[in-house]
Design a binder for this molecule. Structure first.
Ligand code: ADP
Ligand code: MG
Length: 267
């Protein structure tokens, strides 16, 4: 089978886009006319309440869900023009729940991230990419452990390492920080920034609005299947919008050092 290898896009280019996407699951509308574009060199944080449709939207961007209406583009072409392997060369996904029942070791799982490059010139990078992913995700010490024996936070870092080892230009991360301690939360967002500095595009679903405020170039707020705001964190993360979307009063203060918004629920 002919596989078209990707060429890296320069910074500031649209690498993924959804236009007017609607999707119902089990008869319930989940996404309702969503348009969003993702550019190289940027960290885009996707935030919103539980059930807003964030994971579903990430699934549409990754090609795991086909929308009922609307269009999805990846690397300049309609997503469904790419074969599964060609898609995997262009985007990596870290899912919210990694359920792995076979007793794979950590090293096995991270190496699976290299599968799209099998029998291509880029297979020469396999060892280096896996090694780099181990180090970046800070999992070298448990590389020989069986995945199912790890804690939730350790598993999350392994799933992240697998996505990193894939070395595609678009990283789609679904709540990568949810199970992590403070050190590793910061490390994941710093890694997102570093990837974006190297012209990758990173879409990251986060619940911690202060992580979004501190690290994202752009924040998109999803509520009831609609994008209700999309832009610079300082413009988007306002007390008014957040209080309404989260149905809880919040205050927003400028960070004394950086000026980035600091979001505090009123108590
Ligand atoms: P989020 O990631 O923002 O928390 P999701 O995208 O996972 O939200 O889900 C959005 C909504 O869609 C939720 O209310 C969820 O229960 C519902 N949903 C997800 N998958 C299905 C499905 N297969 N059938 C019916 N409803 C679903
Ligand atoms: Mg989710």
């Amino acid at each position: 089978m002919r596989r078209r290898l990707p060429s890296r896009l320069p910074t500031g280019r649209t690498i993924a886009e959804v236009r007017g996407v609607s999707l119902a699951l089990g008869g319930t509308p989940i996404l309702d006319g969503v348009s969003l574009s993702v550019r190289t060199g940027e960290v885009l944080a996707l935030v919103g309440p539980n059930g807003a449709g964030k994971s579903t939207l990430l699934g549409v961007l990754s090609g795991d869900h086909a929308p009922d209406h609307g269009a999805v583009f990846l690397a300049g072409e309609p997503l469904n023009h790419w074969s599964p392997v060609e898609t995997a060369m262009r985007r990596s996904v870290m899912l919210q729940q990694a359920t792995i029942s076979f007793p794979f070791t950590v090293a096995d799982l991270v190496a699976m991230g290299r599968a799209p490059w099998y029998a291509t010139t880029r297979a020469d990078d396999d060892e280096r990419a896996v090694q780099a992913a181990f180090e970046t995700a800070d999992i070298t010490e448990f590389r020989h452990r069986v995945f199912s024996s790890l804690s939730g936070g350790e598993r999350a870092r392994v799933s992240l390492a697998r996505a990193l080892a894939q070395e595609s230009q678009l990283l789609l991360l679904d709540e990568p920080t949810a199970a992590l301690d403070l050190h590793h939360q910061e490390a994941v967002l710093q890694l997102a920034r570093k990837s974006a500095a190297g012209d990758d595009a990173v879409v990251v679903v986060v619940h911690d609005l202060n992580l979004a405020a501190g690290y994202a170039d752009r924040v998109a707020v999803l509520s009831h299947g609609k994008v209700v705001a999309d832009g610079n964190p300082r413009k988007v993360l306002t007390a008014e919008l957040l209080s309404e979307v989260y149905r809880h009063p919040v205050e927003v203060w400028p960070h004394p050092g950086s000026g980035a918004p600091v979001i505090l629920p009123r108590r």
